[in-house]
Design a protein around this ligand. Structure first.
Ligand SMILES: Cc1cc2nc3c(=O)[nH]c(=O)nc-3n(C[C@H](O)[C@H](O)[C@H](O)COP(=O)(O)OP(=O)(O)OC[C@H]3O[C@@H](n4cnc5c(N)ncnc54)[C@H](O)[C@@H]3O)c2cc1C
Length: 370
């Protein structure tokens, strides 16, 4: 019996995949209700559809977007694919829908049970708590899908050194929207974030998820963003959460019976903070490792690591620029050949799919990368 800690998208998807392959598993989730509170913008690219049928999560779609407007100071760069490139999800409903698939496939989900620690022997003894009571459960393997502060990673010596951005977001209604419903808006200005960016992700013509992530003072930056960009607005909801900065760490122990996936393994894109697609991709690779019997999950995620490394490189490059340089970068990107490539090949998850073609179309961009 494989014990998965955490019923986020990574854990629930793994539970679904294992059960579908007749590999016994259970999911242990500390919350009594999956996905509450929502701590995410829920912007997920259509690459998701290579992992699950969209019908699974259709009810959680709030909007779909065709393109993006990226700005800094007085410069902005706008790109539209002319067709939906990403969905905006209600993450609570999304997480519940994926968990429901795991449950239906036969993976038992134990809610309100918190993983405390484990002891490895022939079998793994997993200590759980529920209210005042504690319980030991046996498992053949243990999977930490328990988010960025992963207790499984700490207990297994896989935690490594972690750095986080703090994300903070409001859902608001504005009487004077500056946005169009089918675009996401990204603000690279240093005055709205230290080390990341601010965003506006529309839900409809006058509602949007507005937020930012930052190394420091997220609440102060959000106050400034709202004051400067939304003159007449009403805040409907607030949330906050942390985003791990990707770093290569071991994601399985030496005995090959304890594994990390998703935010627990810091499998998050450093360009955008998005972690849902990569976490689910990692779950798929872990299934393959378990199914094959070689348990070599570490080897199988090489392509995920290389991709996350590229996102990190791009993030570091962007963070090394001052606002003048970012403005200059946006002006250089405003080129019809660049836009042509991006419309055809642009991909928010896999920059490798378009970055070389963009550089070929506009070699002048090299000075921002080298
Ligand atoms: C403000 C913000 C905006 C974001 N926007 C996006 C976005 O637009 N698109 C995107 O792709 N990503 C986004 N992310 C990142 C995304 O939310 C995460 O990458 C994603 O949720 C990771 O999924 P996961 O399954 O690995 O972990 P999680 O979703 O964190 O799930 C972990 C689960 O484990 C449970 N758990 C933790 N500890 C224990 C324990 N000891 N015992 C039992 N259960 C436990 C938790 O309760 C939780 O349910 C955003 C994050 C933030 C903070």
């Amino acid at each position: 019996m494989i014990s998965i800690i955490g019923a986020g998208p990574a854990g629930s998807y793994l539970g679904y995949l294992l059960s579908k392959n007749n590999i016994p598993c259970r999911i242990i989730e500390q919350k009594r209700e999956i996905g509450i509170p929502e701590q995410c913008t829920g912007l997920i690219s259509r690459n998701l559809e290579e992992l699950i049928p969209i019908s699974w999560v259709k009810k959680s779609i709030q909007n779909s977007v065709n393109g993006a407007v990226i700005s800094c100071g007085k410069s902005s760069f706008e790109i539209s694919a002319g067709q939906p490139k990403a969905y905006v999800f209600d993450r609570t409903l999304f997480d519940q829908a994926v968990a429901e698939r795991a449950d239906k496939a036969g993976c038992r989900i134990m809610l309100g049970k918190k993983y405390i620690s484990h002891k490895a022997g022939d079998n793994i003894n997993v200590k759980l708590s529920s209210g005042n009571s504690e319980k030991i459960m046996q498992a053949s393997s243990l999977v930490g899908a328990d988010g960025p502060h992963s207790s499984v990673a700490r207990q297994s010596g896989l935690y490594g050194k972690r750095i986080f951005w703090t994300g903070t977001q409001v859902i608001l209604r504005t009487k004077k929207p500056f946005f169009e419903k089918d675009r996401v808006y990204v603000f690279l200005d240093r005055r709205y974030s230290d080390g990341f960016f601010a965003w506006t992700v529309p839900l409809d013509e006058d509602h949007a998820k507005v937020g930012l992530a930052s190394y420091t003072n997220p609440a102060g930056y959000l106050r400034r963003l709202l004051k400067e960009k939304f003159h007449d607005h009403e805040v409907k909801d607030r949330s906050a959460g942390i985003i791990p900065v990707y770093r290569k760490i071991p994601v399985q122990n030496k005995a090959k019976n304890t594994f990390l996936i998703g935010d627990a393994a810091m499998q998050v894109k450093a360009t955008s903070g998005g972690g849902v697609v990569n976490g689910m991709l990692a779950a798929k690779e872990l299934l393959k490792a378990i199914k094959s019997g070689d348990m070599d999950y570490e080897k199988r995620i090489g392509f995920i690591r290389r991709n996350l490394w590229l996102h990190l490189r791009l993030r570091k490059k962007l963070n090394s620029m001052d606002d003048n340089m970012k403005e200059s970068l946006l002006r250089t990107l405003n080129d019809s050949d660049v836009k042509k490539v991006l419309r055809k090949k642009g991909d928010m998850d896999f920059p490798k799919r378009f970055i070389f073609d963009v550089l070929l179309a506009k070699p002048g961009l090299l000075r921002f990368i080298l």
